[in-house]
Design a protein around this ligand. Structure first.
Ligand code: NAD
Length: 359
C-alpha cells in the first residue's frame, strides 16, 4: 500500500429520524444555554425557526434570537449584520438550520466569535462536514479553510428534508456526488477517502432517483442524507480539482447558481479527466446503476433520470462568456490529473453551456 496522510475532522454527528429533538441536550453538552438560531430567508426558514422554538421550549430553553437572513454565497455585509445581533442578544452558541447558505452564515459567525456551532442541515450540500468557508464581498468570492470553521455538532434528521422539493434534492445531491468524484483523484487521495467517497456516491445514486419517484419515501431521503454526509467528509479532507475550480469560476465570475452549476459541469469535467484516471473511472462506474462499466454513460443516464437541467445557458450564461470562463479557468493554478489544454477546456465549457451530453 502507498504511504498516505489523513486528517480526521473532529465533529460530533447525531443521525436519525427525530434527532432534531436532541438539540437541547446537545446544546447543554456544549456547556451552553442561549443559542442564536440561524435560518434562511423565506417561508421555509420561518418554518425551521418555529420548529426549533418548539423543540427548545420543551426543555425550557429558548433562543437568544432567531435570524432569518442567510442567503447564498455568505455575503460579508449579511454576516456583519448578524454579528451585531449576536452581540446584542448575548448568545452563547450558534445553531444553524437549513441548506449550505445557512451553514455558511453559521460558520462565518463561529469563526469570528469563537462560539460553538451546532448545525442541522436540510439539504445535501455537505458543507456542515467541512472546515471550509466561502464568502463574498463586493462581488468577489474568497474561500478559506481552518479547523475552527468546522461545526462542533451536526444533527441529521431526514424528517427536516421532507419539504425539500425533488428538484433541489437532485441538484443538491449531485453537488455532493461531485465532492466524492473529485476526492477519488485528488492529489491527497487515500484508501479512507476512497471508501467514503464510493459509498457516498452509491448511496446518492440509489436515493435520488427513489426520491424523484416517490418524494414521500423517507428511507430514501435518509439514504441521501447519509450519502451527503460521507461526500461532505471527503470534501473537507481532499484537494479539489478541475470540476470544483470550474464551478467556482462560473459561479463567482458569471454569478451562476451553485448546485445547478455543479450539476451541469460534473459529467463534462469527469469526461475531460477520464483519460488520466482509468482506475477511478472504473470505480465510479461500479457504483452507478446502468453504467455497464462506463462512468460517463452511467452519469448521463443518472442525470437524465433525474430530469435536471443540463445547460448553463438556462441559468443566464451567455455564449460570449465561454471565452471569458476559459481564460479564467486557464489562469488558475492547481493540481489536476490531466494537464489543462485550452481548446479542450473551451470545448468542455461550450458543451456545458449548450447542454450537450458529456462524452
Ligand atoms: P441553499 O442553502 O441556498 O438552499 C437552497 C434552497 O433550498 C433555498 O431556497 C432554501 O431556502 C431551500 N431549502 C433548504 N432546506 C429546505 C427544506 N428542508 N425544505 C424546503 N426548502 C429548503 O443551497 P445549498 O445547495 O444547500 O447550499 C449552497 C451554498 O452552500 C452555497 O453558498 C455554497 O457555496 C455553499 N457550500 C459550501 C460548502 C463548503 O464546504 N463550504 C460546500 C457545499 C456548498
Amino acid at each position: 500500500m502507498d504511504s498516505f496522510e489523513y486528517n480526521i475532522n473532529p465533529s460530533r454527528v447525531v443521525f436519525g429520524i427525530g434527532s432534531v429533538n436532541k438539540l437541547p441536550e446537545e446544546i447543554k453538552k456544549l456547556g451552553c444555554s442561549s443559542p442564536l438560531v440561524l435560518t434562511s430567508k423565506g417561508q421555509n426558514g420561518m418554518l425551521h425557526g418555529d420548529l426549533l422554538t418548539e423543540v427548545l421550549s420543551k426543555c425550557s430553553m429558548s433562543a437568544a434570537a432567531t435570524l432569518n437572513m442567510a442567503v447564498m454565497h455568505t455575503p460579508v455585509p449579511v454576516t456583519e449584520a448578524a454579528l451585531q445581533q449576536l452581540k446584542a442578544q448575548a448568545a452563547d452558541c450558534i445553531v444553524s438550520i437549513g441548506g449550505g447558505s445557512v451553514v455558511g452564515l453559521g460558520k462565518a459567525l463561529s469563526i469570528r466569535t469563537g462560539l460553538q456551532h451546532v448545525c442541522i442541515p436540510t439539504t445535501y450540500s455537505g458543507s456542515e462536514m467541512t472546515p471550509i468557508l466561502g464568502e463574498t464581498d463586493k462581488g468577489k468570492k474568497t474561500t478559506r479553510s481552518n479547523p475552527k470553521i468546522l461545526p462542533d455538532v451536526v444533527i441529521y434528521d431526514a424528517n427536516l428534508t421532507k419539504s425539500l422539493p425533488v428538484a433541489i434534492c437532485s441538484i443538491s445531491g449531485i453537488n455532493a456526488i461531485a465532492h466524492a468524484v473529485e476526492a477519488l483523484y485528488a492529489k491527497n487521495t487515500n484508501p479512507i477517502t476512497n471508501l467514503l467517497a464510493l459509498e457516498g456516491i452509491k448511496k446518492l445514486a440509489e436515493a435520488l432517483p427513489a426520491i424523484a419517484r416517490d418524494p414521500s419515501d423517507l428511507s430514501a431521503r435518509e439514504g441521501a442524507q447519509y450519502g451527503a454526509w460521507l461526500c461532505g467528509v471527503v470534501l473537507g479532507t481532499s484537494a479539489m480539482a478541475l470540476h470544483h475550480k470550474l464551478c467556482h469560476t462560473l459561479g463567482g465570475s458569471l454569478n451562476l447558481p451553485h448546485a445547478e452549476t455543479h450539476t451541469v459541469v460534473l459529467a463534462h469535467a469527469l469526461a475531460y479527466n477520464a483519460p488520466a484516471i482509468p482506475e477511478q473511472m472504473e470505480k465510479i462506474a461500479s457504483v452507478l446503476p446502468d453504467s455497464d462499466g462506463d462512468a460517463i454513460k452511467g452519469l448521463n443516464i443518472f442525470l437524465d433520470k433525474l430530469g435536471v437541467s443540463r445547460a448553463l445557458k438556462d441559468f443566464g450564461m451567455q455564449e460570449e462568456d465561454i471565452d471569458k470562463a476559459t481564460d479564467i479557468a486557464m489562469s488558475m493554478q492547481y493540481a489536476n490529473p490531466r494537464a489543462m489544454e485550452r481548446d479542450s477546456i473551451r470545448e468542455l465549457i461550450r458543451r456545458a453551456w449548450s447542454g450537450e451530453s458529456a462524452k
